[in-house]
Design a protein around this ligand. Sequence first.
Ligand code: N7H
Length: 443
Amino acid sequence: ALNLNDIQSDIIVGQQKIQELFYFFAIADVPTFKQKLSSTIAPIITSAQQMLSVTTQPLAAVNIAFSQSGLTALGVTDNMSSSEFASGMFSGNIVLGDVSADWEPVFKGTEIHGVFIVASDTSANVDAQVGKLESALGSSINKLYTLQGNSRPGDQAGHEAFGYLDGIGQPAISGFATPIPGQGVVQPCVILAGLDGDIQQTARPAWSVGGSFLAFRQLEQKVPEYNKFLLDNAPPAAGLTVQQRADRFGARLFGRWKSGVPVDLFPDADNPAAVTNTSLVNDFDFTHAGFDFATDQTHCPFAAHIRHMRPRADASNFNPAGNAIMRAGIPYGPEVTPAEASSNTSSLARGFAFVAYQSNLNKGFVELQSGWANQINAFSKALSPGFDAIIGQHILGGARWVTGMDPTNPALNISLPFQFVVARGGEYFFAPPISALSGRLAM
Ligand code: N7H
């Protein structure tokens, strides 16, 4: 069984976050930091067990994770068996297809040693908890950067900035979560390091067992520009208004309607009521009786974001469960203003504070982004269906395009003239088991 008292809460419990602060820091005074880590910080780090019951949930949940340079600063020289983690995200940003010049300066390099992730219902609770962390740690850390995540207001709660419901497709950890029909079931070792089945198990330092690698990305979303793109480029469809055509186009780019309902089951129109039907919302694999699986795009397009990210029946020659990630991100930034909407131009920064946990970065986030999203032909389709329109990036900035968006003319090639999602940077971290905070990391 999993040691839920030792696993940090953000990794495996999908806690409902209304406000969430990412607080990036550098360690300035190692002996003081180690002492406070053990005496004051470890006791307030939230465990998975605590989050499972409302009676034990803290007012503000706190998690902590360290980069390679953070571990090095602490004198922890164990080989973490991840080359991506060892070199940091910035050194690998070209492989991910990023444009380095778009990155926030703080992420360009390895100066970030760690991150606190503080989540609660209100920003006042978050601020109070951050105040406690800062007064405990004093000048032993320097605050380098913060990113304030917030759930969107009203009926957009749970929806990301483009308006699509998020948090539906998540792996179920066997022995911990009961899967709904169609949900991918993974062994705990796919998300947590050092457990049975982890291909690096014998190489993991003992203190790291039950921790998880965290890929953090600040992904800016060009919302008014995306909306305009949909209106201007939606394929023709008899009987639909311009807005309905744009809505269908967007749903086909994602593979889900804004309500979260899968296009594979509802290709023609949204059916918002179906999203609460747990036996429908994930129970599809892109195959349909009477349709040729190799070419059929009358249902979900091959290029859709969710099909790139979880290929289901497309990936018979892969081991998709081994590539599973646990997603725990949150939107950031303000709502689109009327002036931005009417000018079709973003003037304020908004997007997604993306968080993915996995035991193997190379098979998880890195493969999903560079091996799948950025590829026009990720799953050996006879037709090259195109990029993941939402997050796919062309290494070296070449042209991006998709097909499959017009069910009656799937070969129609639609060019994607700009990135709707711009990578502003990020870092790889290791979220240790809580015991390590007063153990190896404090010594
Ligand atoms: Fe994606 N979005 O919120 O609009 N994603 N994602 N993602 N994504 C998914 O199934 C989105 C990004 C995955 O199991 C949905 O929960 C946005 C990155 C995976 O069927 C929606 C951004 C990576 C899945 C979005 C973004 C992934 C998934 C459908 C960037 C990894 C599950 C709702 C700003 C490299 C697939 C849902 C499955 C689904 C959104 C980024 C991965 C709506 C806006 C960078 C594995």
